[in-house]
Unconditional design. Structure first.
Length: 373
């Protein structure tokens, strides 16, 4: 078999069953598919179950993560919901790493309030402590690494090995949105499920809302598919087609995101107005603390190349203030304990010229500092 990048670029070609010779796959909008006869099917029956375009995307997503099967859904939150609605029920318990996408916490709190699926958090470091926190009714471990927004790293392989050694049936699920399978493939490290907000790096252009779940085993994938067919939060054909296109450049985009982020990590700390910078070493996500005297609102208003906007993973650089945006639903005490302060800035480093990005951040910070007398 050819290598991954070749598969991503060539793997869906030649799939047009009308033999037009088109070098990219067609986009099928059909929601209904003719049956050849009673009890017979082309493999496609009705769009909620599967569509030809979504099927191609799912093949590529699965290839990327190295699983048994992938499911493409309508958003990252739909992917998270698919996992929890498939594998947990009232009375169950799960454990989540403590520094997560804010929307995941909002979802967990609702799940707890509405269905009594209870959860505890874990700091992502002490695995013995995690094992101790397991209960008979624990069904799932939910991890995000590097964490959001403070970039803590979790040893996914050590967690999966330790959990499965004591309780083989507990599912280890990883939100792999930040690093993508280009830098981290949780299923190959022993995780059971991988979730993506494909709205972020997989899509990469701030124009697709999508999500994905990839399962390590066929049995897990079948359970997810049965739930998805029932609830219907599938990905529409056009988004699936766009996402297929995005995946072809995932590897070069990730390399370029890393290069730009590393450039900023090398140069931003020279600014005295930045007190601390956080970076996982690869990928395009960095966070930094502005000194107390820097006015955050003035900094955001002063940006000219970067946009103050709430997302990540795209070719456009976006700047976020987690304390008031992505993580605002988290109780203040918890935010402070995690290091999410009003001066914490998260930058999703895009693919603009790195020197332009540095110059923009530098001038916006300078403009937000008190004037010297
Ligand atoms: C954005 C995001 C989500 C939610 O995805 P949507 O596509 O916005 O629904 C989940 N996890 C992480 C890490 C995210 O960044």
């Amino acid at each position: 078999m050819t290598k991954l990048v070749t598969q991503l670029i060539q793997g869906t070609n030649g799939t047009d069953d009308r033999n037009t010779g088109a070098v990219v796959p067609p986009l099928y909008f059909a929601t209904a598919f003719r049956h050849p006869g009673l009890g017979a099917s082309t493999g496609y029956d009705y769009a909620r179950l599967e569509t030809p375009t979504r099927a191609l995307l799912e093949k590529q997503l699965n290839l990327l993560e190295g699983g048994a099967a992938a499911l493409a859904v309508s958003s990252g939150m739909a992917a998270i919901d698919l996992v929890f609605s498939t594998f947990t029920q009232t009375g169950d318990h799960f454990i989540a790493s403590d520094d997560l996408y804010g929307g995941s916490f909002r979802y967990f709190d609702r799940r707890q309030a509405q269905y009594h699926v209870n959860y505890d958090t874990w700091d992502g470091r002490d695995i013995a402590q995690l094992i101790q926190a397991l209960r008979p009714e624990t069904k799932l471990i939910w991890l995000e690494s590097p964490s959001n927004p403070t970039m803590k790293l979790i040893d996914l392989e050590a967690v999966a090995t330790a959990v499965h050694a004591v309780r083989p049936n507990i599912l280890v699920a990883v939100d792999n949105t930040f690093l993508t399978p280009i830098y981290q493939r949780p299923l190959t490290l022993g995780a059971d499920l991988v979730v993506h907000s494909a709205t972020k790096y997989l899509g990469g252009h701030n124009d697709i809302l999508a999500g994905a779940v990839v399962a390590r085993t066929a049995a897990l994938a079948e359970a997810l598919q049965a739930q998805l067919t029932t609830t219907g939060q599938t990905l529409d054909p056009f988004s699936a087609w766009l996402l297929l296109r995005s995946l072809k450049t995932l590897k070069v985009r990730m390399a370029a995101h890393t290069e730009n982020a590393q450039f900023l990590v090398a140069h931003l700390p020279h600014l005295t107005a930045i007190t601390k910078l956080l970076y996982a070493g690869v990928g395009g996500m960095i966070s930094f603390y502005l000194a107390p005297e820097v006015a955050v609102d003035a900094f955001l208003r002063g940006l000219k190349v970067c946009s103050f906007a709430e997302s990540l993973g795209s070719v456009e650089t976006l700047v976020t203030v987690p304390d008031v945006q992505t993580h605002h639903d988290m109780p203040e005490a918890q935010r402070r304990a995690l290091g999410i302060t009003p001066q914490l800035i998260r930058v999703s480093v895009g693919l603009e010229d790195a020197e332009d990005l540095l110059a923009d951040l530098t001038q916006a910070i300078a403009g937000a500092q008190p004037k010297e007398d």
